[in-house]
Design a protein around this ligand. Structure first.
Ligand code: F58
Length: 847
């Protein structure tokens, strides 16, 4: 697709006419030409035979071309001598589809939409064609992705390091009401956003033994003689910031055997054995563990963790030594953040690299290490603290275990001085858990090796100090801090809710997109009836879209005028999706008894995956779908209640759901949800929250005002109090008739075609154990839901509350969170990236 002749002639005759470059130009015409070019030369298709996916790929390459100049410039600038960078180490990055987001951040959405339209295609359809990289389980992985967006948007030099899982989180199908897991094949049609860099591969040791020796200068040293070595190959994806030139890198490692073919074995006739090590090495990054709690003792998981940490640290050191003559200033040029304990082995690995490979003395190496690392904790559940059986750890990483012992000995020596004769302190602080079987405690390693430790919401950070990290807090209070989570308004508003974005921008301009506090200005319109009506109109349209999607996906017709009551998140007992179900059945019983009851119609929407081995979570899904089957088909209800379980909840589906919600369910047992981030996405999109005083709910309520938030349930101290007196859930059943009616209806098989066994485990668990206090919170929840219904009946009041929710969400931008990390933990500054006008010569290409 060449440049048309007239403009070529014009440029020859008149040198002032510039013709846009096909790879960087932003004219509609240029973009159209570039897409066709890529379709032809990259996909090897012409329009008549191209599939939608081919067009998507052609467009994706067109957009990537436009990123590359910014990306390479950013990489080059970050290499400079005195630029400090952030390295965000995370076993998960749940980035979501790239295309739409890149169009927003490049600020070329409109041109591209037009260009695609002129080509007879629909941009939204192409965007929907992208398979999302499901490289994370839930909140933790998604947070890492929001943080990458904000790092780039704030022009902070940064790199995200993780694992390029071949199979990400499973796809969820619902069959007969049960979850069925299907392998996720996100790479099967290729990934246009990544570039493999095999030339930057690094080697990672596993197994074997260590050996002491004396070097040429007479110094005592240790070398690691591994049993096998795995190669790590980096795959880079650009992460562009919003309307800036900064494009940082997400570098994900894939494992491969060093020698893929063992000729010795082949020659001995062992054909399968010849590729053994290839298979073994490649297994390492095959699959993301789909658990929402750590799986203690799975060797492959530890291999994954060490693999990506070792690759990443070698990569940083190599980069550092390009411009610096030693690692003495490593901590001044790198801030490494540990996203939970999954990469915590990095503390020991950096020590190994400094001491064994770069021949540092222990003390200076330790100074560098401690100054470099920060550790973010994401959970308070004691059972979720990661620990590795010593036997597995020592067999797989013998040198790392020795280093951990040395770190521990020196650390415990300091503890002994501060707390003499305090055996229990020593054993709780020790990296090695000596209780029954011996374990390496990763949170202890992370705390000792980091100069800052943070929780992810105020309440969570306080509870960390009081509970699981109490002894560390007593030892070094100065390390402890809080950074409340945030979400990126680019993906969670501009991309996913263009209608509301447009309405807000009409009123207050567009600065709010990267200065979210500016949403405050919306407050001045809260009394403007016509604005409120526009606000409702937008919500209505978005709900209609979701209603269509629901009908197409699960065949349930829902009323877009009904209250959309939504709970989307991983299925977990502490998140209490089943408490939501108890409310649904309560309403069902009330309506059956009193068909004239005046309550607004509601559509209950659920979404979320259960860990494949989590019995109770899977049964909760079955409970939701079973209750839905009965309620959705009961003619007595006249469609006043509907229950929908949307299969395969992921980032893409989240983008459809958050904008359409009226009510956001944030109903975890107080003290269990570290922060939550879905709560922020809902509220930003105008949903009101019904929630407990848990995680970031506390701060959301503080910001939006108690009168604009539906609060219920026990507080964290009350939960502790109830438990300390021997909680007796059955008492609530005995004394609360309505609750009894609900549980009895489940027990008698009403929702399970007479099968009394199917859902009984849930009822029994609630009656006789109820670890998450559903029955204790039931009445308070029901009362609060009645307030919701009352408020919804008054649409003007509801709209005011909704507008104020959005107007007061400024705090929950991930830009604010990242700014706090930069100022208080990483001590890094923005660096603006200058773009020279592109031509082949100044891009370093000889023509
Ligand atoms: C989540 N943790 C917290 N873990 O539950 C949530 O409150 C918080 O908002 C979010 O982190 C971000 O801070 C979480 O998602 C995981 O998914 C882990 C995956 C690996 C195994 C252990 C759980």
């Amino acid at each position: 697709m060449g440049i048309d002749h007239l403009s070529l002639m014009a440029s020859i005759l008149n040198p002032n006419v510039t013709i846009e470059d096909d790879r960087t130009g932003l004219d509609i015409e240029t973009i159209r030409r570039a897409v066709l070019d890529n379709l032809f030369y990259i996909q090897g298709k012409f329009p008549a035979i191209a599939t939608k996916h081919d067009f998507y790929m052609a467009l994706a390459y067109t957009v990537r071309d436009r990123l590359l100049q910014r990306w390479l410039n950013s990489v080059q600038t970050n290499l400079k001598k005195d630029v400090k960078s952030v390295a965000y180490l995370s076993a998960e990055f749940l980035v979501g589809p790239h295309l739409g987001n890149n169009l927003i951040n490049l600020d070329i959405y409109q041109q591209v939409e037009q260009a695609i339209k002129e080509s007879g295609l629909n941009l939204q359809e192409l965007i929907d064609t992208e398979e999302e990289p499901g490289l994370g389980n839930g909140g933790l992985g998604r947070l890492a992705a929001c943080y990458l967006d904000s790092l780039s948007s704030l022009e902070i030099p940064a790199i995200g390091y993780g694992i390029r899982y071949e199979f990400g989180i499973f796809d969820q199908h619902i069959q007969d009401g049960w979850q069925v897991e299907i392998t996720d094949k996100w790479l099967q049609y290729g990934n246009p956003w990544e570039i493999a860099r095999p030339e930057s591969s690094v080697m990672v040791n596993f197994g074997g033994r260590t050996e002491a020796y004396t070097d040429d200068h007479g110094a005592f040293r240790v070398r690691w003689i591994p049993e096998y070595v795995v190669k790590g190959i980096p795959y880079d994806t650009p992460i562009l910031g919003y309307k800036v030139n900064t494009a940082n890198t997400l570098r994900l490692w894939r494992s491969e055997a060093c020698e893929s073919f063992n000729f010795e074995r082949f020659n001995q006739g062992d054909y399968y054995g010849a590729v053994d090590s290839k298979v073994h090495s490649e297994n390492l990054c095959k699959v993301l563990y789909p658990n929402d709690e750590p799986i203690q003792g799975k060797e492959l998981r530890l291999q994954q963790q060490y693999f990506f940490v070792c690759c990443s640290l070698q990569d940083m050191i190599r980069t550092h030594l390009i411009e610096n003559s030693s690692l003495d200033n490593f901590d001044q040029l790198w801030a490494i953040q540990l996203n939970d304990t999954h990469p915590a082995v990095a503390v020991a690995e950096l020590m190994r690299l400094l001491v064994d490979v770069h021949h540092y003395e222990w003390e200076p190496a330790w100074q560098i290490t401690e100054n470099t690392f920060g550790y973010t904790n994401h959970t308070l559940l004691p059972e979720a603290l990661e620990k590795w059986p010593l036997s597995i750890f020592g067999r797989l990483l013998p040198r790392l275990l020795e280093i951990i012992y040395e770190i521990n000995n020196r650390f415990l020596e300091r503890v002994r001085i501060k707390f003499p004769d305090n055996g229990s302190k020593m054993s709780s602080l020790s990296i090695i858990d000596e209780s029954d079987d011996k374990y390496v405690r990763m949170a202890n390693l992370a705390c000792i090796g980091s100069h800052r430790i943070n929780g992810v919401a105020q309440l969570h950070s306080e509870l960390l100090k009081e509970t699981i990290l109490h002894d560390f807090y007593a030892l070094f209070p100065e390390k402890f801090t809080n950074v409340t989570n945030g979400v990126t308004p680019r993906r969670w508003m501009v991309l996913s809710n263009p209608r509301l974005t447009e309405l807000i921008t009409q009123k207050i301009g567009n600065r709010w997109i990267n200065h979210l506090d500016e949403l405050k200005q919306l407050e001045q319109f809260v009394d403007d009836a016509s604005f409120r009506s526009q606000w409702r109109q937008v919500k209505q349209e978005v709900k209609q879209d979701l209603a269509k999607y629901i009908e197409k996906k699960v065949g349930i017709v829902v009323n877009p005028a009904s209250l959309f009551d939504v709970q989307v998140k991983r299925i977990h007992e502490y998140k209490r999706q089943h408490l939501n179900v108890l409310h649904i059945i309560t309403l069902y019983n009330r309506l059956k008894h009193n068909p004239n009851l005046d309550i607004p119609p509601r559509t209950f929407i659920f979404g979320g995956k259960a860990a494949p081995g989590y019995f109770m979570a899977k049964r909760i899904i079955k409970l939701i779908t079973s209750v839905g089957d009965v309620i959705n088909n009961d003619p007595d209800l006249k469609d006043r209640l509907k229950v929908v379980f949307l299969p395969d909840y992921n980032v893409t589906l989240g983008q459809r759901v958050y904008p359409a919600a009226d009510l956001s369910e944030q109903i975890s047992t107080a003290g269990k949800e570290a922060s939550g981030t879905g709560n922020m996405k809902f509220s930003l999109n105008g949903a009101l929250t019904i929630g407990t005083l848990d995680g970031a709910n506390v701060e959301i309520r503080e910001e939006v005002g108690a009168e604009n938030f539906f609060l219920f349930g026990l507080t964290t101290p009350q939960v502790a109090e109830v438990k300390s007196h021997g909680y007796y859930p059955r008492g609530h059943y005995d004394s609360n008739e309505e609750l009894r009616g609900v549980l009895d209806l489940i027990s008698c098989g009403f929702f399970s075609r007479g099968n009394r066994e199917l859902l009984q485990p849930i009822v029994d668990n609630l009656l006789y154990d109820d670890p998450y206090l559903l029955l204790a919170d039931y009445q308070s929840y029901i009362n609060s839901q009645e307030e919701v219904s009352e408020a919804y009946k008054d649409q003007e009041r509801w709209s005011r509350m909704s507008i104020l929710n959005v107007a007061r969400m400024g705090k929950f931008s991930s830009d604010r969170s990242i700014q706090e990390y930069c100022d208080n933990i990483w001590k890094v500054q923005p660096v603006s990236i200058k773009l020279q006008a592109y031509n082949q010569e100044n891009a370093g290409l000889k023509v």
